[in-house]
Design a binder for this molecule. Structure first.
Ligand SMILES: [Zn+2]
Length: 143
């Protein structure tokens, strides 16, 4: 995965629209235990958006983040080509993907664009490579 050329981020308006869809998905979050609703929207290379929210469980370890749920929906559709993801935590709170989600995102595109709220009403766009520069790779880790 490493060594792929840096991806050019989609146009800012596209990423802004993606964040709006992530915020919409956040409205459906099932987060009664943490009280921390999250929505995510993944954009595929062919222009389709997959939205999801976090889904918690009374057995806490079974809770699944919005980002991983959104990637799963992309895969269920037959796609493996995400180019960007927007993540919306509680309103006004910047929310980066957790470590587990970074690993799952990197599986499909280590240089995808990650769109976050900056906490001041704007957006921040970061390459996943900058957020998560050395993902686990099965072949590499076998030595
Ligand atoms: Zn996560």
């Amino acid at each position: 995965m490493r060594g792929l050329s840096q991806q050019v981020p989609p146009p800012f308006q596209v990423l802004k629209d993606l964040m709006a869809k992530a915020r919409g998905a956040r409205d459906n979050a099932y987060a009664p235990y943490s009280g921390f609703p999250v929505g995510a929207a993944v954009l595929s290379g062919d222009g389709v958006v997959f939205r999801a929210c976090n889904v918690e469980n009374g057995s806490y370890g079974l809770s699944v983040c919005a980002e991983r749920n959104a990637v799963s929906m992309l895969v269920v559709s037959g796609r493996v080509n995400p180019i960007a993801i927007a993540v919306a935590g509680p309103p006004g709170v910047p929310c980066t993907p957790c470590g587990a989600c970074r690993q799952v995102l990197a599986e499909f595109n280590p240089s995808m664009s990650v769109v976050l709220e900056d906490g001041e009403g704007g957006l921040e766009v970061i390459s996943l490579e900058d957020l998560f520069p050395r993902p686990f790779q099965l072949g590499e880790s076998r030595g």
